[in-house]
Design a protein around this ligand. Structure first.
Ligand code: ADP
Length: 237
């Protein structure tokens, strides 16, 4: 899949918070149908990268190009219509609305032709039994799945998953790994931020290792874990 033209290209991205460089010249790309992992120690800039690519933050330098068009600094709701959507570490559904209503809102808002239907999303992400319960009643795994259906309802071509797997049990992890691979097999590009290395190894084609807001390695996770400079940052050199 790496011969395909990238759907996303990030070049020399900089994001500052005060004088601190959370992203300090980050460059990478992702192609359609690829699952790319962003890994690195706490504070290395993974979530910030997702936040900039999804339009939550404007970059302070560098470039983000999505589908051939500059997208850095474009507001999230516009990027949703262009084909970028994401999940959050801590999902924030409309708590008083039912699961079905939450998905309805996303479908109405996203307005993408060819978006999956509510019954399909409920079935695919194991939310059928809780479809008519308020989102406030869901456990954390179900809230994550609802957050994912909300993103998928807008039919993204680039999906950003921020700690989707955190808190899932091993059986749920296996199952969601299969679902994520199935999404990629439809041509969706997926960027995954996760701490669980087994999960990253199971689903990604390639990883970018970040340290201090920069890429220090690009390749498979199996290769990454044998690189001295990768080992050093993970062991807290
Ligand atoms: P990671 O996801 O790799 O753990 P983050 O991208 O969350 O790292 O954070 C990178 C650095 O930027 C951290 O030092 C963090 O404290 C800082 N940071 C992230 N977001 C903000 C913010 N909104 N305001 C101030 N500092 C932030």
């Amino acid at each position: 899949s790496r011969e395909k033209a990238p759907i996303l290209k990030v070049s020399k991205l900089v994001k500052r918070f005060g004088g601190f460089h959370a992203l300090d010249g980050l460059s990478f790309h992702v192609v359609p149908g690829e699952i790319l992992g962003l890994v690195g120690p706490n504070g290395s800039g993974k979530t910030t990268a997702i936040n900039v690519i999804s339009g939550l933050y404007a970059p302070d330098g560098g470039e983000v190009v999505f589908d051939g068009t500059s997208s850095g600094g474009v507001a999230s709701h516009r990027l949703v219509h262009r084909g970028i959507n994401r999940t959050f570490q801590v999902p924030k559904p409309f708590l008083s609305l039912t699961v079905r209503e939450n998905i309805q809102v996303a479908l109405a808002y996203g307005g993408a032709t060819g978006a999956p239907s509510i019954p399909e999303l409920l079935e695919d992400f194991r939310l059928k039994e809780v479809a008519d319960r308020p989102a406030a009643d869901l456990n954390s795994a179900q809230q994550k799945m609802l957050d994912l259906t909300r993103a998928l309802a807008t039919r993204p071509r680039l999906l950003l998953l921020d700690e989707l797997a955190a808190g899932l049990n091993p059986a749920e992890l296996d199952w969601i790994a299969g679902r994520i691979k199935a999404l990629a097999s439809t041509g969706m590009a997926i960027i995954v931020v996760e701490h669980l290395m087994g999960f990253i190894e199971q689903i990604t084609d390639r990883v970018i290792v970040l340290n201090a807001g920069k890429e220090i390695f690009e390749g498979t996770l199996a290769t990454a874990v044998r690189e001295p400079q990768v080992i050093e940052v993970f062991l807290g050199g």
